[in-house]
Design a protein around this ligand. Structure first.
Ligand code: ZN
Length: 257
């Protein structure tokens, strides 16, 4: 599932391709998306990310809200030939955008009201003080907390494992047991790992591809996620895999305390 760096990558790529251009046509191939109307002829004025949601703003004040969920992808093509599993196509004067989604969980909705700024977006909505004040009192496991959309938008399993590893914090800890210094580390590492993830256009472990169908490159920099039995890049110990909340957690028991 795309996390914050992958969705931000798409937004940046979309901006360059479609901002200021009119939507010449919008074709829906999946009845589940029948609500997409009134977009033809409108100019795209902006593309913005809110957590894992892509908002495409139009010059009539409406905006298209896209959430890719499990397997959704946006694909840019110069030609109009429909790729397999296409659910929706937007036509521009320089190319086409397809929503490709084998499992059909992605949602596309049209809205009028501009959403308020997300307070739980690590890159845009928090300062360190607010972040620590909000998270440090939570009575929940720290890794589960990092992945909780209401607490922090856009962090999934891959980046949660990386953040805790780089912070030296065990995924087995309770959020309220972390010291202020440890929370500061988690905050700073979260931001720097997400920013690096964006620079590398996301992590392609399974099916993530960017707007142009290219894999990201952050998977080459992973130090915990998927590294079971490999040497820890920080201390030389061995990375372990455990189960937490039905998901695999990768961490180094030697340097993550
Ligand atoms: Zn280690």
């Amino acid at each position: 599932m795309p996390e914050l760096p992958e969705v931000e990558t798409l937004c940046r790529q979309l901006r360059k391709k479609i901002c200021g251009r009119p939507i010449l046509a919008s074709e829906v191939y999946d009845e589940k998306l029948a609500g997409i109307k009134n977009t033809k002829g409108r100019n795209v004025s902006a593309v913005e990310r809110r957590g894992k949601t892509i908002n495409v703003f139009l010059n009539n004040g409406n905006f298209i809200s896209i959430h890719l969920r499990m397997t959704g992808r946006l694909l840019w093509q110069k030609d109009s030939e429909k790729p397999q599993y296409s659910r929706w196509k937007m036509t521009f004067n320089n190319g086409y955008i397809f929503l490709v989604d084998p499992r059909r969980f992605a949602t596309v909705t049209i809205h009028k009201t501009i959403p308020s700024k997300m307070r739980n977006d690590l890159l845009t909505g928090f300062d360190e003080k607010t972040f620590i004040a909000q998270q440090a009192v939570r009575k929940i496991n720290v890794k589960i907390l990092l992945m909780e959309p209401k607490a922090l938008a856009g962090i999934g399993n891959i980046y949660a494992c990386e953040i805790l590893h780089q912070s030296g914090v065990s995924p087995l800890r309770h959020a309220s047991s972390l010291s202020k210094e440890e929370w500061t580390k988690v905050f700073n590492e979260s931001r720097s790992i997400l920013k690096r993830g964006i620079e590398k256009r996301g992590t392609s472990i399974s099916d993530w591809r960017d707007l142009f169908g290219c894999p990201g490159e952050y998977q080459h920099e992973l130090k915990a996620y998927g590294q079971e039995n490999k040497r820890c890049a920080i201390c030389g110990g061995t990375i372990c895999r455990i189960k937490q909340g039905g998901r695999s957690t990768f961490y180094c028991p030697h340097c993550q305390k």
